[in-house]
Design a protein. Structure first.
Length: 401
């Protein structure tokens, strides 16, 4: 099982400054932290990341925050004071990577735009995640995940046919941007290994959604047709949809040349294979409504378990529609894939969070610790930077940490 893989640290020795808020940047740095990087989360004294107030909460503590900030150490710095800026400058001089997701201009107002950070540490990789990117007409617009999904076109192709447009239920824009930033950081580290040079990375939530729509975009570029919401079907192939059974709903994808005949045979209609209305993918797409009705008439003759057994037996892509609880308690995902992990919180005790979706045989990423409480590692990190106990006590008294 993957939970028993040897645990290593692909990024051991890498020091990362996390100045992120909410999801996109913290998710990026959580990936780096689980891979072994020493991630130091910088927060405002007394307040912290605004995600600390996000639901869900347990005994007043945000488990939302815990999920995206595991495996990190935490320090509080008042960057409106000179002493707070001094500490951040020292951290920058020792760091390999800085990640932030403020609106463009905030880091400049704090005194830490890339140009100034690069002077302190020419080797640093500075990743800025924002809604619309660092430049251009939309750069200063406020943006959260639903806004990115709306303006990128993602929401326009999500929802039932002819129905209202809806957002993807998960915060997909944040997660995609965080993953893209992580990928870019690893590429920049490789480049730095070769040249000794750091660089600036600009990742946008909206750009990340646009890339996720590559197949939809290509329909427009190739045919001029504007894709719209198609429910659970695919624009490019058929059949592929959700179908009712005697006791539920299942998902089947059988649009490719290899799958389509298998489905027809399982449903007892081999004559469909050579039917002119269904013989090619183009024909099946054109006649998808009629075909879906025919398929559902057959799936309705079975319970979900019965028809799924028949479909899976011949290797067809088919699945039940599981809810979050069913997935969390499914032995394949819970145990074999080790997709959930427990962390120990000082106040809450055991907290279950989602694990990494990456499996590696030699340096398998893993959650190393719970998210830090606010300022939990102030003394430890400041001592590493050379501050004395007296200086740290004074900084705390003055509200600088």
């Amino acid at each position: 099982m993957y939970s028993e893989l040897k645990k290593g640290s692909a990024l051991k020795g890498l020091k990362v400054i996390d100045m992120g808020q909410m999801v996109a940047a913290p998710y990026c740095t959580a990936m780096l932290a689980d891979m072994g990087a020493d991630v130091i989360k910088v927060e405002v004294p007394g307040k912290g990341d605004i995600a600390r107030n996000s639901l869900p909460k347990q005994d007043g503590v945000s488990t939302y925050f815990i999920t995206f900030n595991r495996s990190k150490r935490g320090i509080t710095l008042n960057l409106k004071t000179e002493k707070g800026k001094e500490v951040l400058r020292k951290l920058i001089q020792q760091a390999d990577v800085l990640v932030e997701n403020f609106r463009p201009g905030v880091m400049e107002r704090l005194g830490f735009p890339y140009e100034e950070v690069e002077k302190l540490n020419p080797r640093i990789i500075y990743a800025a995640i924002s809604g619309f990117g660092q430049r251009g007409e939309y750069a200063n617009r406020a943006c959260f995940d639903p806004i990115a999904q709306a303006i990128s076109g993602m929401m326009s192709v999500t929802g039932s046919t002819g129905g209202e447009h809806v957002r993807c239920g998960a915060s997909i824009a944040d997660v995609l941007a965080g993953q893209n930033a992580c990928c870019a950081i690893l590429a920049a580290l490789r480049y730095r290994d070769q040249t000794g040079q750091g660089q600036y990375i600009d990742v946008a939530l909206v750009d990340s959604c646009i890339v996720a729509l590559s197949s939809m975009n290509q329909i427009y570029f190739t045919t001029g047709k504007i894709p719209d919401a198609r429910g659970n079907t695919f624009e490019a192939t058929a059949p592929g949809n959700t179908y009712h059974t005697k006791d539920g709903v299942i998902s089947i994808s059988a649009g490719q040349a290899r799958e389509w005949p298998k489905l027809a045979r399982v449903l007892g209609h081999e004559e469909w294979i050579e039917d002119e209305k269904f013989i090619t993918v183009d024909a099946r797409v054109k006649n998808r409504l009629e075909l879906d009705d025919l398929i559902e008439k057959e799936t309705m003759q079975y319970s979900s378990d019965e028809i799924l057994e028949k479909l899976l037996e011949v290797g067809l892509p088919a699945a039940p529609i599981l809810n979050v609880a069913q997935v969390a308690n499914n032995p394949h995902f819970r145990d074999e894939r080790a997709m959930y992990v427990d962390v120990e919180h000082p106040q809450l005790g055991k907290v279950t969070i989602t694990n990494q979706g990456i499996k590696m045989t030699k340096t398998n990423p893993y959650v190393r610790s719970c998210a830090p409480t606010l300022g939990q590692h102030n003394f430890e990190i400041l001592e590493e930077l050379g501050y004395t106990s007296e200086e740290i006590a004074s900084m705390k008294e003055n509200g600088e940490i």
